[in-house]
Design a protein around this ligand. Structure first.
Ligand SMILES: C[S@@+](CC[C@H](N)C(=O)[O-])C[C@H]1O[C@@H](n2cnc3c(N)ncnc32)[C@H](O)[C@@H]1O
Length: 399
């Protein structure tokens, strides 16, 4: 967004929350006075207070500032995330994963429940996705313009900038083969093998690869146990599949053994709270923000409903392997591979302004400014260890 005039319009329904976030981010040196004025609709004279030592005005008493949001922002700032004790339900989530790891009978029961759940849910989901394709496309475009991925590493541009291509690639949890087809068609990869647990998805991947005449083979397998040939691939990709895996250490070890020396890994996954056992701070912040942000911004067009703050679901989950150990993914992989590039982004913002709400933000200067402030706050909290990221993107190398 280019702008020359600050947004001073007190009538705009986002004015109060923009002002609150802009003062807070300015106070903590995350945005300049110019940006605070521009995005927050704050007059420059309000930003410098000669009576306070720091020059930052005592904005907490400002009647337009949202006191509830400011109170939770300050509470979060006072305590690093890692120092907060685990909640009982977070301990329960760890115990569920440990029990399944140590007892194959329990693992098999969970796998059966998982298959039954997705067998019921997926056909409906696919139908809804089909109906929402044009909305999804509009939302993705709005996300692009707003800078949804402004802090994320992306594999394809990096590979192209390095002039790299790969002879033998492996895709783990390949689903219906979307990624393999795209990369083969772009000439980045010469041959791909895909593995997935879902036969239906593989059937569709095989059929589409055959239609397009692509060098792509597929086999069915559970990533937790699948045998991989050693020293074979120069690239292994796992795109949004590892958060379903229980035996992450074994999967990572097998991936490493299957790579040739110097081979690369591309991971792109949900690394947020395991089994969705969100910390209190996330629930409190999203609750306060969703009250403060005008409701036209919090209507999700894809889900066709108003966004609600996240709630911790009761355990065990209906889909037992959903994000079973998601928050452990970074540590396990970063211990085993060299990091070429990584980004860990999107903490609370995905629960406030997900794809489905982005067109509304993109529609106006005030909406774009609010989105910018939310993203800046999100990045600040992750960098300071105050909130956990949910989106992990990693380019890794076998040493
Ligand atoms: C969100 S989809 C991603 C599909 C594909 N990678 C993509 O980006 O379009 C996750 C995929 O992981 C697969 N999956 C989940 N658990 C698995 C397991 N234990 N073994 C193999 N595949 C699994 C699912 O069947 C599903 O196709």
């Amino acid at each position: 967004m280019s702008s020359t005039q600050p947004l001073l319009d007190g009538e705009d329904p986002t004015a109060g929350i923009r002002r609150t976030l802009a003062f807070f981010l300015y106070e903590h040196n995350r945005i300049s006075a110019f940006k605070a004025a521009d995005l927050g609709g704050i007059a420059p004279r309000e930003l410098a207070d000669p009576d306070t030592e720091s020059g930052i005005p005592a904005y907490a008493d400002d009647p337009q500032v949202n006191g509830d949001v400011l109170a939770i922002l300050r509470k979060i700032l006072a305590q690093p995330f890692k120092e907060t004790p685990l909640l009982p339900s977070q301990e329960e989530a760890i115990a569920i994963a440990n029990t399944a790891k140590s007892d194959r009978v329990i693992y098999d029961q969970m796998a059966e429940k998982e298959a039954a759940h997705w067998g019921k849910v997926l056909p409906n989901k696919q139908q809804q996705q089909q109906e929402s394709l044009s909305v999804l496309d509009e939302e993705r475009r709005a996300g692009f313009h707003l800078g949804l991925s402004r802090h994320s590493v992306n594999f394809m541009p990096w590979v192209q900038s390095q002039g790299l291509t790969f002879d033998h690639a492996l895709s783990l949890g390949c689903g219906a083969g979307r990624l393999e087809r795209e990369w083969l068609n772009k000439g980045i990869v010469r041959s791909f093998h895909g593995v997935d647990i879902a036969e239906d998805a593989l059937a569709s991947a095989r059929a589409m690869a055959a239609t397009e005449g692509l060098a792509c083979t597929y086999s069915q397998g559970d990533l937790n146990f699948v045998e991989l040939p050693s020293d074979t691939y120069d690239l292994i990709v796992a795109s949004t599949s590892l958060h379903h895996c229980l035996f992450l250490e074994d999967v990572a070890d097998r991936m490493k053994a299957a790579l040739k020396p110097g081979g690369l890994v591309w991971l792109n996954d949900f690394i947020g709270d395991s089994q969705f056992q969100y910390p209190d701070r996330l629930i409190e912040l999203t609750t306060a923000l969703l009250k403060a942000i005008p409701e036209q911004y919090t209507y999700n067009r894809l889900q066709r409903k108003q966004i609600q703050p996240p709630k911790r679901p009761k355990l065990p989950l209906k889909s037992p392997f959903e994000s079973i150990r998601s928050q452990e993914i970074p540590k396990i992989f970063l211990e085993r591979f060299e990091v070429v590039q990584k980004s860990e982004t999107h903490s609370f913002v995905r629960y406030i302004a997900p794809v489905g709400c982005l067109c509304k933000y993109h529609e106006s200067k005030a909406g774009t400014a609010l989105y910018d402030l939310l993203m800046t706050l999100d990045e600040f909290f992750i960098e300071q260890g105050l909130m956990a990221p949910t989106a992990g993107h990693y380019i890794l190398k076998k040493p």
